[in-house]
Design a protein around this ligand. Structure first.
Ligand code: ZN
Length: 203
């Protein structure tokens, strides 16, 4: 298969970068995209973390999944974006440098501000063309802590079926805001849920 113009063979792993283009100060930024393409045919699961840059639990979840996932034994494909909001992640802040919550900017706009360009690049170049399923990993914001929970729009039967597969977690039926990643992905036909667990700024 080909992701961001790079080929990855069945049974192999590709580490590449998604180019977000110029950021707030005009310098270019990329974020890692790692593809584990299973030897056995199957659907594609995508994992995103650090959409809010200070919510770092998901980054560690993805690291451990990569260590434990063997492409030779995998049915389907795993695509991970461990630090979606790269600049915010590097600064340990929730929002982009110009204080945008990018989870209100999907599916983005290539001609608008940095948050719009970032969300557009991620959604149009990686998520929409490749993902059958999406788990977006979050924590509580500010000084709060969330009990581990799944957030999903259970009114969508496909999303409901997917959520039921992750049955260790309580599910909060939440439609979400119109421009959050989970909502926009579901409207594009991706079975999408969010997982919330723990606090920001800590693993
Ligand atoms: Zn979050």
């Amino acid at each position: 298969m080909s992701v961001l113009g790079k080929e990855v063979q069945a049974g192999g792993r590709l580490r590449t970068d998604l180019d977000y283009g110029p950021a707030f100060l005009g310098d270019r930024h990329t974020t890692p995209v790692i593809v584990t393409h299973g030897l056995i045919k199957g659907p594609t699961l995508c994992l995103t973390a650090a959409v809010h840059g200070d919510e770092i639990n998901g980054v560690e979840v993805i690291r451990q999944m990569l260590v434990r996932t063997d492409a030779a034994k995998l049915s389907g494909t795993l695509i991970v974006i461990p630090a979606v909001n790269w600049l915010a992640f590097m600064q340990g802040s929730r929002e982009t440098p110009e204080r945008r919550d990018i989870n209100r900017y999907f599916p983005g706009d290539p001609q608008d501000d940095y948050a719009s360009r970032l969300t557009h690049a991620l959604f149009e170049r990686v998520l929409k063309p490749h993902c059958d399923y999406l788990v977006d990993l979050h924590t509580a914001s500010l000084k709060r802590s969330n009990v581990p929970q799944l957030r999903a729009d259970l009114g969508d039967p496909e999303v409901r079926r997917f959520a039921a597969l992750l049955n260790e977690l309580p599910i909060l039926w939440e439609d979400g805001s119109r421009r959050m990643l989970r909502q926009v992905a579901a409207r594009a036909g991706i079975k999408a849920v969010a997982v919330e667990f723990g606090s920001a700024e800590t693993i």
